[in-house]
Unconditional design. Structure first.
Length: 136
């Protein structure tokens, strides 16, 4: 998708949109996303920002893994939402929803699978996940 310009989204932009807790900020982000849907702009979500959003929603707002993953997946699949690792992010979100691993561990698993490179860790849950993935 070729847009007039691309903006990088900060964590607080995504949180205000997802939480609807500050009407003025929510309205601003809603307009921003409407412009993106029209093709006037594109939005870039950095992988680190996504991780921070997930951590904040889970730890501060106590949002369920399922709700976090499904909501962010819906946002990420939009054509106007840009990230060069979009498929890896979606894979990590799926694993986050389906396992009890932390999101960052899910990200490592997704990168490992995408690049066909094993990882080293002392984390036993993560090692177990790697063994499951190599058997599939």
């Amino acid at each position: 998708m070729k847009a007039a310009k691309t903006v990088i989204l900060d964590t607080n932009i995504l949180l205000r949109f997802l939480r609807h807790d500050q009407p003025q900020h929510f309205g601003h982000v809603q307009k921003l996303f409407q412009e993106a849907e029209k093709g006037t702009i594109a939005c870039h979500i950095d992988s680190v920002v996504l991780a921070e959003v997930i951590w904040t929603l889970a730890s501060y707002y106590n949002v369920s893994r399922f709700e976090i993953a499904s909501t962010l997946e819906t946002l990420l699949v939009q054509k106007w939402m840009l990230n060069e690792h979009k498929q890896t992010l979606l894979s990590a979100l799926h694993q986050y929803q389906e396992t009890n691993l932390d999101y960052i561990d899910c990200w490592l698993v997704a990168v490992s699978e995408e690049k066909h490179i094993p990882f080293e860790t002392f984390d036993m849950k993560l090692k177990k996940r790697q063994k499951i993935n190599t058997l599939v």
